[in-house]
Design a protein around this ligand. Structure first.
Ligand SMILES: [Zn+2]
Length: 129
């Protein structure tokens, strides 16, 4: 694993701060080699949005589900939709499952970042003065 190397991609807020996948120079969101995979995932997401249009309030769901807080809003919207009979239980379950997968990925990324920071800090303390 390449220690402390950040993704070369850019977000709308500036340079991407996610640690790069080793050997790639990019994180999984920006790696050009994963483009096809991301597009397929995006199409699946687009279909999901169409299916649930009008069922859950889409304005309640953040565009980028890249934080636990954003996922909470998604799950909350699904729970409300289910409670008010505006979403099928099957869909609510699927959303819950996907939210859990996204949560795991987010936590994995955060852990990777923390380890990378610790490794960088450790390397600095081992440097001769
Ligand atoms: Zn990135």
């Amino acid at each position: 694993m390449v220690v402390g190397r950040k993704c070369r991609g850019r977000t709308k807020n500036g340079p991407c701060k996610t640690p790069a996948i080793s050997g790639s120079g990019f994180c999984r969101w920006h790696d050009p080699e994963l483009e096809a995979e991301r597009k397929a995932a995006s199409r699946r997401g687009g279909r999901m949005r169409q299916v649930t249009q009008g069922a859950i309030l889409l304005k309640d769901i953040p565009d980028e589900l890249t934080s636990i807080r954003a996922l909470s809003r998604l799950v909350e919207a699904a729970v409300h939709g289910l409670w008010k009979d505006k979403i099928e239980p099957r869909k609510a379950l699927a959303l819950g499952t996907l939210a859990k997968h996204l949560r795991d990925l987010i936590l994995d990324c955060e852990l990777e970042e923390r380890v990378a920071r610790l490794e960088t800090a450790l390397e600095k303390t081992n440097e001769p003065l």
